[in-house]
Design a protein around this ligand. Structure first.
Ligand code: XLS
Ligand code: NI
Ligand code: NI
Length: 433
């Protein structure tokens, strides 16, 4: 099947190009600071939004008419054909998937696992043939009704068991495909009402499950990074992996802060009342920055609308923090983004990714220029320069009484200084126009 039949591979044609299916900013081969754009940005296509999602919303069902929709392994194979066709057209280096995106649900656990293994074999061959790599794999522990009250945090130990067994199969699949990360997104790990929820118990279960994931990954020699994807709510009223700070506290509690990092999603950061760059900067400060899910929310709707990014200044600030954190190591830019439900055509799928990749490349380029200019970092360093002094440093290992005596004897009387916010905002804008 050739779903994208007459769409040619997308190439870089530069800023003046008016070809809607060309890159204007993303030149994968362009070298910036010793690495190509492709190596910096590490783009991935998300299988679930692009190939499994049917265009439904709470008020209406499927709007898309894809030839691979339906049950059965032949449909799953046709879906894989279409997916790798899109990958060839876009030329992005990576993709990401959940078990449920790629294989039909079996009558029981064993059959679901067989189906997954068969599709993993299909992927293996296609990846070898095309060079497309796996950024991360994950388990869908939230769509099936068995998970309605959670997976790791379910009150029913049999659901915990089913989830644990599924995690094993998905880590195996990711390992077999040389995935560079393994992601855990706890869509149902939370509650609908506190009235029926034992918070302490559910948290312990989640900690135990994560510890087992880390142990198993080590045992089989999985060399990738384990990532938790924070989100404050949706589908549950309250989700336990609320934001980066909450996840860090959880990891510390279970002694996993050196084992697990975070996959930060733009829309989830906004839902949690933060900015995307805040979440990235905090993860970096805590030493747990891993990867990003790139998308955007509709700021009026207050929901996780998973749209493709289209705001270069916002994206620039996110990549600025990523660059300051040292850039991606095993992580990358996964488009956890979907079409709008009226975007029915094959070409819409291509255009969405082309636009998203271009916005990211334009933002990245600006972030690089801001870092190279050094003005922001110089201003930041200057703001804290007082702490370079010996007396200031001594306070950090001193005590209140000694500091008190020093203030008394030397007559310390601090004068307020400008934070220069507008000046810094103007400086940023110099790189954005
Ligand atoms: C949903 C999440 C999901 C994860 C993978 O909101 O973003 O798509 O990225 O399970
Ligand atoms: Ni999301
Ligand atoms: Ni996501």
């Amino acid at each position: 099947m050739t779903y994208f039949a007459d769409i040619a591979p997308v190439t870089y044609k530069g800023r003046d190009s008016d070809d809607p299916l060309s890159f204007r900013h993303y030149d994968p081969e362009e070298v910036i600071g010793g690495k190509t754009m492709a190596e910096h940005l590490r783009f991935a296509v998300a299988y679930w939004h692009s190939f499994a999602w049917e265009g439904g919303d709470p008020f209406g069902g499927r709007t898309f008419d894809r030839p691979w929709f339906g049950d059965g392994m032949d449909r799953a194979r046709a879906k894989a054909d279409a997916a790798f066709e899109l990958f060839r057209i876009l030329g992005q280096p990576y993709f990401c998937f959940h078990d449920a995106d790629v294989r039909p649900e079996g009558a029981d656990f064993a059959e679901s696992t067989r189906n997954l293994e068969e599709i993993v074999g299909v992927f293996e061959a296609k990846m070898a043939g095309t060079g497309t790599k796996l950024l991360w794999g994950t388990a869908n522990l939230f769509s099936h009704r068995r998970y309605m009250a959670g997976a790791a945090t379910n009150p029913d130990p049999d659901v915990f068991a089913y989830a644990a067994a599924t995690l094993k199969t998905c880590i195996d699949a990711t390992h077999r495909l040389n995935g560079e990360n393994y992601v855990l997104w706890g869509g149902r790990e939370g509650y609908e009402t506190l009235l029926n929820t034992d918070l302490r118990r559910e948290r312990e279960q989640a900690g135990r499950m994560l510890s087992m994931v880390v142990d198993y990954a080590k045992k089989i020699g999985f060399g990738g990074t384990i990532l938790i994807e924070p989100k404050p709510q949706e589908p549950t009223k309250h989700q336990y992996d609320y934001d980066v700070a909450t996840v860090y506290g959880f990891l510390k509690d279970f002694g996993l802060e050196g084992e697990v990092k975070v996959n930060i999603e733009q829309g989830h950061a906004i839902l949690a009342g933060h900015s995307f760059e805040h979440e990235i900067a905090l993860a970096s400060a805590l030493g747990i920055f891993g990867s990003i899910d790139m998308n955007r929310n509709d700021y009026q709707s207050g929901w996780d609308t998973d749209q493709f990014p289209n705001n270069i200044p916002e994206v620039a600030l996110a990549y600025y923090e990523i660059l300051k954190a040292g850039g991606f190591i095993t992580g990358g830019t996964n488009f956890d983004a979907k079409l709008r439900r009226q975007s029915l055509d094959a070409e819409d799928l291509v255009a969405a990714h082309v636009g998203g990749m271009d916005v990211c490349a334009a933002g990245f380029r600006r972030a690089w220029a801001m870092l190279e200019d050094g003005g922001l970092e110089a201003a930041r360093a200057e703001r804290y320069a007082g702490w370079d002094g010996a007396e200031a440093q001594a306070m950090l290992s001193g005590d209140l009484a000694a500091i008190h005596d020093r203030v008394m004897s030397s007559g310390i009387n601090p004068l307020p200084r400008s934070g220069r916010q507008e000046r810094l905002e103007n400086l940023v804008n110099r790189f954005l126009d």
